[in-house]
Design a protein around this ligand. Structure first.
Ligand SMILES: NC(=O)c1ccc[n+]([C@@H]2O[C@H](COP(=O)([O-])OP(=O)(O)OC[C@H]3O[C@@H](n4cnc5c(N)ncnc54)[C@H](OP(=O)(O)O)[C@@H]3O)[C@@H](O)[C@H]2O)c1
Length: 241
């Protein structure tokens, strides 16, 4: 497909890297020149153009702009009928985006994560899930969402990643203080936690890890007594605002 990217920042660059070898013709906008030039240098499928050039070349346009400045940028550009627009901006609802890109169709808000550059990453999609599965589903998992409220819940809950990573880092720090090589310790923990989480649902896994008096049960109970669950739930409530 002919894909265009307006805004070649952190996340758009990661998305382009993830699909650059998939047979698409990709045009990226010039801004963030170091990034756009590096993508064109690295991948034969990628060319650089000014903003209108991106639109003129693309069947599907991805918006990797900031929600606050996007309306001003989009208003000066000419979209065309039949073109589909996918926005990475959770902060600009589809209803507000639609008139800014008409006569093109604002089909989706897509929230990718930086791991999309390597594949194996989740992709959140409010709208356009068939289109997005076709483009990204070969190596990534597209989660189709039903409403803006659901998108907001996912947006809040995805932030569990940082505390989860902090727990693993803290356990690796603890191992290092026991004289264990830090690189091996963290590598072991990342492999353990990552492979376990991907292997199946959480509640059955917790039951399987609940051997009476076992290490997992004892540490989990210690963390529960320390207030981990209500603290996390309260944090999520606060994110939701
Ligand atoms: N980072 C993530 O993990 C992530 C994940 C999901 C969704 N998002 C969303 O994706 C959007 C982009 O985030 P980001 O982290 O990639 O931010 P970013 O790195 O700051 O990217 C924004 C891009 O917009 C460009 N830009 C600004 N004005 C422009 C203009 N007039 N014409 C063309 N391009 C222009 C910037 O270029 P200059 O550098 O030249 O100013 C930059 O390349 C945000 O709405 C964010 O919420 C981000």
């Amino acid at each position: 497909m002919k894909l265009g990217f307006l805004g070649t920042g952190t996340i758009a660059s990661a998305v382009v890297q993830g699909i650059a070898a998939d047979g698409h013709a990709i045009t990226v906008s010039r801004r963030s020149e170091a990034r756009s030039a590096a993508l064109a240098e690295a991948f034969a499928a990628v060319t650089v153009a000014d903003n209108q050039g991106v639109l003129d070349a693309a069947e599907v346009v991805f918006l990797g702009l900031m929600a606050e400045t996007a309306p001003g940028i989009l208003q000066g550009l000419q979209f065309r009928a039949g073109q589909k627009v996918v926005s990475f901006m959770a902060g600009l609802p589809l209803e507000a985006l639609a008139p800014l890109v008409a006569p093109a169709e604002a089909v989706a808000i897509m929230l990718p994560f930086p791991g999309i550059a390597q594949g194996g990453s989740p992709v959140l999609a409010l709208g356009g899930d068939d289109l997005l599965r076709g483009i990204f589903g070969r190596t990534n998992t597209v989660f189709a969402l039903g409403s803006a409220a659901e998108l907001n819940a996912y947006l809040c809950a995805q932030a569990v990643l940082s505390p989860a990573v902090l727990m693993v880092a803290t356990a690796a720090d603890w191992m290092e203080r026991q004289g264990v090589d830090r690189v091996g310790a963290e590598g072991f923990l990342r492999t353990l936690v990552g492979s376990s989480l991907i292997s199946g649902p959480c509640r059955p896994m917790l039951a399987a890890l609940d051997t009476p008096g076992g290490y997992n049960q004892r540490l989990r109970r210690h963390m529960e007594q320390a207030g981990m669950e209500p603290a996390l739930t309260e944090g999520l409530d606060r994110l939701q605002g």
